[in-house]
Each structure stands twice: as structure tokens, then as C-alpha cells.
Design a protein around this ligand. Structure first.
Ligand SMILES: *Cc1c(COP(=O)(O)O)cnc(C)c1O
Length: 355
């Protein structure tokens, strides 16, 4: 055995630079994102801790459980938080956000771009356009959006975007990223309460302006996870981000066709705002759909949505025709009905969407 290849080799500067550049390209930003030495949720909590302060007002849009969580972290930091909430089978209408901004006159707005838990995707581009006209700081949880839909960080003016690779990008979840604009850094640096010397500190992790030549690699980046992430992001680039997104769109379109052909109803009300990562199925009173355990990529609802919806998790490697066919077959079995017509609908929709 070669001695050099035994044991744990910390992440090198070159690897760290590679990862930073991969995330920047993925997010269409020229500003080096912060690499988070943990799950995406750590980056999200760190954003809240870094920007919340007494005297600051936020609008926090809640269209699912992650939005509530973020609002709680903002409140912990002492900010005034005005919640704009919709039922979890809807996405937020851009007009409702615009009206709240007029009324509240906040400093910043936060929202989850796409929700895997509810299967809804908020009108991110429109919300960000409105926020820009009011010169607001913008925060998105884009963990379940990146790879499933567009996210043009610089062009759309996203000041903070939290992302991870474990959903659409088919990567590990142990390392993630937060993209921060120059305005975003100013907003955080001007906050006396922003953590320093803390696992929640983004200021501690601020990249050098060029990003590509870090003076040192943050010592707590798990190297094995980071290397797996580099490989996953390289695979996304090899396939092409547009193609990854198109594959998720096709999976969603074919899953929706399949469930409708089985006589089932999507949980989300607005067909223009389905998530491309999950298709949620309304259970209504149908006892046959009340499953306790996942059947492949068909899973029971989380938390308060348990017993109310089923989720088809067609993301990452499961954004494929075969995975959707398997899921629709599993649903047909729960309904004790023949799957043939539904599978035909699935294939037709896949062909239309991913030609
Ligand atoms: C999955 C998910 C997260 C959490 O990411 P983890 O890295 O798994 O903790 C956060 N927000 C949204 C919208 C998600 O879908």
C-alpha cells in the first residue's frame, strides 16, 4: 500500500477553490459563495443569525414548514418579523407580497423558493423583482429549487441564497453553500449582533474577494463530503444544468399526468406552480392512500401534512421516467387498480416535456 493514500487528507486549497467556483457557476453569480461545513439548514440558520437585529423589520413568507423555522430564527435575533402565510396547498401570490411590502415597509424579505414538503414553487423571479423596486435585502432558501428550476442570483438580485446538493443535484448533504451579494455582506457586517467565532458565523467564513485563492481552507470542512460534492457538481455540469432542470420538469409533468390518470388529484391548487422535485397527491378521505411507510419514492406527508398528502420524490437520480413509472405503479397498487393507462399517460407526458 502507498502510505500517502492512507488516512484522512484534509481538503486542499485547490479543491476548496474548485468547489467555490462550481457553486458560483451553478448560481450564476460572480461573487464567491460561502462554503458551509454542514447541512444546508446550518447555512439557513446562520443567515438568520447574521442579519436579524432589534430595529430591523423582515417580511417572512411562509408556504411550508421551513419558512416557519426561518421566521423563528429571525425573531430570536430580535428583529420585527411580519409573517405572510398561505395555506400549505398554495404558493404565495406575488400581489400579496407586494401589498405586504407597501404596508410593512420592511428592510428585508425572506422566502423558500420551492417546497418539497408541499410540492409548491413560489413565484421567485416576480417576488425578487418587486423586492428590488423597494430596494429590500432578499433571502431565499433555494435548497429544493437549485437544479429543479432557474436561479439567477446576480441577475435577479438575490442577496442571500442558501443551497445544498442533496435534492435535485444528487449530491451529499454534509457540505452546502450560501451565496451572499456585496449588499448582503454590508447588511450583515453592519449588524453588531452578527455572530463571530461561532458555528453560526458567516462573517468568519467570508471568502477573499476573488474567492479563487483562499488563504486557507476553513479547518472544519468535512473533506470526504466536500470531495463527493465536487464530484456531484461536476456530474451536473457534465450533464448540463439546463438538462438537469428539464429532467426535473419532465418528471413532474409525467407524475402529474400519471396521478390524474389514476383519478387522483394534486395537493397543490395552482398547476402553474408545482415544484419540479416532488409531486404531492391529495389524500382527501381515501383510506387506501394512508401509508405509514414510504413505498420507494412515494412517501407519507411530513408533520402536519401526514395523512393529508402523499409525496412523490422525483428528484436527483429519481428525476427519471423509470422512477416515475415505478411510483405510479405503486400508487395503482395502493388503489388496487390497473396501472396501464396511467403508465401510458406518464410516458406521453415525459416525451412531450423532455423531447
Ligand atoms: C431539504 C430542505 C432543507 C434542509 O436541508 P438539509 O441540508 O437537509 O438540512 C431546507 N430547506 C428546504 C426548502 C429543503 O427542501
Amino acid at each position: 500500500m502507498n502510505q500517502e493514500h492512507k488516512g484522512y487528507v484534509p481538503l486542499t486549497r485547490a479543491e476548496f477553490s474548485t468547489l467555490t467556483s462550481q457553486f458560483a457557476r451553478l448560481l450564476s453569480t460572480e461573487h464567491p459563495p460561502v462554503i458551509i461545513p454542514g447541512e444546508a439548514i446550518l447555512g439557513i440558520e446562520a443567515v438568520a443569525a447574521g442579519i436579524s437585529a432589534p430595529g430591523r423589520t423582515f417580511i417572512n413568507v411562509v408556504t411550508g414548514p421551513y419558512g416557519s423555522l426561518f421566521g423563528g430564527w429571525l425573531e430570536r435575533g430580535g428583529a420585527r418579523v411580519v409573517e405572510v402565510k398561505v395555506p400549505f396547498d398554495e404558493v404565495v401570490p406575488a400581489e400579496q407580497v407586494a401589498a405586504a411590502i407597501e404596508r410593512v415597509k420592511p428592510d428585508a424579505i425572506s422566502f423558500v423558493q420551492a417546497e418539497v414538503v408541499t410540492g409548491g414553487s413560489n413565484p421567485a423571479k416576480e417576488i425578487l423583482r418587486i423586492a428590488r423596486t423597494h430596494n429590500l435585502i432578499t433571502v431565499t432558501d433555494s435548497v429544493s429549487a437549485v437544479g429543479g428550476e432557474e436561479l439567477l442570483v446576480d441577475e435577479w438580485g438575490v442577496d442571500f441564497a442558501a443551497v445544498g446538493a442533496q435534492k435535485a443535484l444528487g449530491g451529499p448533504n454534509g457540505v452546502s453553500a450560501v451565496s451572499i451579494s456585496p449588499r448582503g455582506w454590508e447588511f450583515m457586517e453592519s449588524n453588531k449582533a452578527a455572530p463571530r467565532n461561532s458555528i453560526l458565523s458567516l462573517l468568519d467564513l467570508k471568502p477573499s474577494p476573488t474567492g479563487v485563492e483562499p488563504l486557507r481552507v476553513p479547518p472544519n470542512i468535512p473533506a470526504l463530503e466536500a470531495r463527493a460534492l465536487i464530484d456531484a457538481l461536476a456530474a451536473v455540469e457534465a450533464e448540463g444544468l439546463d438538462n438537469v432542470i428539464s429532467r426535473h420538469r419532465a418528471a413532474a409533468a409525467s407524475a402529474v399526468s400519471g396521478i390524474k390518470a389514476l383519478g387522483l388529484e394534486p395537493w397543490q391548487k395552482d398547476s402553474g406552480h408545482y415544484s419540479t422535485l416532488t409531486t404531492t397527491v391529495r389524500i382527501g378521505g381515501d383510506q387506501r392512500l394512508r401509508i405509514a411507510q414510504p413505498v420507494g419514492i412515494v412517501a407519507p406527508g411530513d408533520g402536519e401534512l401526514n395523512g393529508r398528502l402523499l409525496r412523490i420524490n422525483h428528484f436527483g437520480v429519481n428525476a427519471s421516467l423509470q422512477s416515475v413509472e415505478t411510483a405510479v405503479t405503486a400508487l395503482a397498487e395502493l388503489l388496487e387498480t390497473d396501472a396501464a393507462a396511467a403508465l401510458q399517460a406518464v410516458r406521453a407526458a415525459w416525451g412531450n416535456a423532455h423531447a
